[in-house]
Design a protein around this ligand. Structure first.
Ligand code: HEC
Length: 158
């Protein structure tokens, strides 16, 4: 080996050693930072935790589970119950006439609408009309569900 070669290897060894030391320092610093557990000072009493969870809980939870959405209008037994679906999804407006919604049972309000025919009623209930949101704002209802509820509403209003 020439002197140039051994110089080179000495320098290389030094550089590698320096990198090694640097590496160890970084590891130690990372361990120190991540082990700084700031939950240690938080209360661990399960009652306090439960109360805190209740305080920060959302008022309404978005439920994207289609099975749960279907269950909300489909009682045990599987059959779609148009009356409870109406009460749950449509009565908020159609029970009291909110926003000018035709009240269920108000024959005069329904006369012309019924005269326009079922397909017009179904179409407006499914796609919306004026202040009436599509499917009453309940996209989880199938078209057939909406038609069944419309039939229920119409039968009560003529
Ligand atoms: C946010 C209030 C609101 C909700 C909830 C609502 N509706 Fe309506 N609905 C209206 C209003 C307002 C009208 C009158 C629209 C118009 O004639 O311009 C209407 C009209 C209708 C009509 C008559 C459409 C026509 O052809 O004139 C039907 C049928 C109907 N709604 C069905 C439903 C059904 C079924 C539901 C539940 C799935 C529902 N609505 C939920 C507000 C509502």
């Amino acid at each position: 080996m020439s002197t140039k070669d051994s110089d080179f290897y000495r320098t290389l060894t030094l550089v590698l050693a320096a990198l090694g030391v640097f590496f160890v320092i970084i590891i130690i610093a990372a361990v120190m930072i991540t082990s700084n557990d700031d939950t240690a000072s938080a209360p661990t009493d399960p009652r306090i935790e439960a109360k805190t969870n209740a305080l920060i809980a959302q008022v309404g939870e978005v439920n994207t589970d289609p099975a749960a959405a279907a269950a909300s209008v489909t009682p045990a037994g599987g059959a779609f119950d148009d009356e409870s679906a109406y009460n749950g999804k449509c009565a908020s407006c159609h029970g009291s006439g909110v926003l000018g919604a035709p009240k269920v049972g108000d024959k005069a309000a329904w006369k012309d609408r019924i005269a326009a025919g079922n397909s017009s009623l179904y179409n407006n209930a499914i796609n919306g009309k004026g202040s009436m949101p599509a499917k009453g704002g309940h996209a989880s209802l199938s078209d057939d569900d909406v038609k069944a509820i419309v039939d229920y509403m119409v039968n009560k209003s003529k």
